[in-house]
Write a protein that binds this ligand. Structure first.
Ligand code: PMP
Length: 350
């Protein structure tokens, strides 16, 4: 057992007797009467009357082929959100440990921590949304910080932190998990650090099928890390986190045809995003360079813009964060919706 994963895990997990779910114990034979399931299948979906595998092998294989991360470094569950929650529940003792975040960033790191009675060492990114130069000292100040969360590309700013910089954070924090949330990485794949998970014992990468793969409603995500971290998280994950129809949809999305579709749609969204960005700039908004499938725009007249959008039936994202008070985030869309949005920003304000 890797000393780090063991040292960082909540002590009560070390000798936990893991729940023996139906498929985990398995065994040979055709008569399945070990899990109080029904023998009847009333649907066309083969096997749906049975509990699924905790970690469906076909899905893990498919994600391994796509990500080039070995099978034993992959954990799948109900979206990246579940992975965030599992990491906190596995490694942070309630009332004792903390996590570190760099804001403005994705809200679920803090929410997951707070709901588990884990405090948040909320650090700030610089004005251009990079790590502050003294971030190491600041991370160290987060007493008992077990996990550093970095979202890359960052939601909602769309900014990225260079790979070299991430490697510095990983290597200079050997006593904490460094979690890089790559929910949007398909839109800027050159920034990924997933190739490093097998060799860096404190690195965790989060992925999802909710964004580029167009499966937000299916709820399927991945935690990539060395096998010792995966082993610890397996003690906490629900017995059957991936419903059978979801793993079937996910395997399709990761097939060669599915990957080709994903790539074509990523290219299309990136192209529409560029058009939208230009229109927002022409309107006078300050726009961050987008590395995900969304753009953050800062307006001098946010209220007017918000009104215009509401009247036009456009639902975009505003924030409570003080630093983002004048900002609206726009997700990239298809050509027709982008044309419509561009039309709104070209029309004079009433
Ligand atoms: N991480 C980031 C940065 C996100 O923006 C989101 C979704 N908004 C998630 C994780 C959660 O993804 P999932 O749908 O896989 O739970």
């Amino acid at each position: 057992m890797n000393a780090l994963a063991q040292r960082l895990a909540r002590p009560e997990l070390l000798d936990l007797e893991v729940y023996q779910s139906a498929r985990r114990i398995g065994g040979q034979g055709d008569i399945w009467i070990n899990a109080n399931e029904s023998p009847f299948n009333n649907t066309d979906l083969v096997g749906v009357n049975r509990y699924p595998e905790c970690q469906p092998p076909a899905l893990i294989d498919a994600y391994s082929r796509y990500s080039k991360v070995p099978n034993n470094c992959i954990l799948t569950g109900r979206g990246a959100d579940e992975a965030i929650e599992i990491l906190i529940r596995t490694f942070c003792s309630p009332g004792i440990d903390t996590i570190t975040t760099f804001g403005p960033t994705y809200g679920m790191y803090a929410i997951s921590a707070k709901t588990a009675n884990v405090a948040v060492n909320a650090l700030q990114l610089t004005d251009d949304f990079q790590l502050p130069t003294d971030y190491m000292a600041q991370i160290d100040k987060g007493l008992n910080s077990k996990i550093v969360f970095i979202c890359n590309p960052n939601n909602p700013t769309g900014s990225v932190i260079a790979r070299d910089e991430l490697i510095k954070v990983i290597d200079s924090n050997p006593q904490q998990l460094v979690v890089i949330d790559e929910a949007y990485i398909e839109f800027s794949p050159e920034y990924s650090v997933a190739d490093l998970v097998a060799n860096k014992s404190n690195l965790v990468v989060l992925r999802t099928l909710s964004k580029a793969f167009a499966l937000a409603g299916a709820r399927c995500g991945f935690l990539l890390a060395n096998p010792d971290i995966i082993d610890m998280c397996m003690r906490v994950i629900a017995p059957y986190p991936v419903p059978l129809p979801v793993s079937e949809l996910a395997v399709q999305a990761l097939s060669p045809d599915g990957l080709a579709t994903m790539q074509a749609q990523v290219d299309e969204m990136n192209q529409q995003g560029q058009r939208l960005t230009q229109a927002l700039q022409a309107y006078g908004a300050k726009v961050e360079k987008a590395h995900g499938n969304y753009v953050l725009a800062q307006f001098n007249d946010k209220q007017t813009v918000q009104q215009k959008l509401t009247l036009a039936g456009v639902i975009a994202r505003s924030y409570n964060d003080k630093r983002l008070a004048n900002c609206i985030r726009f997700s990239f869309s298809n050509q027709a919706q982008t044309d419509y949005l561009i039309g709104l920003f070209s029309a004079p304000n009433e």
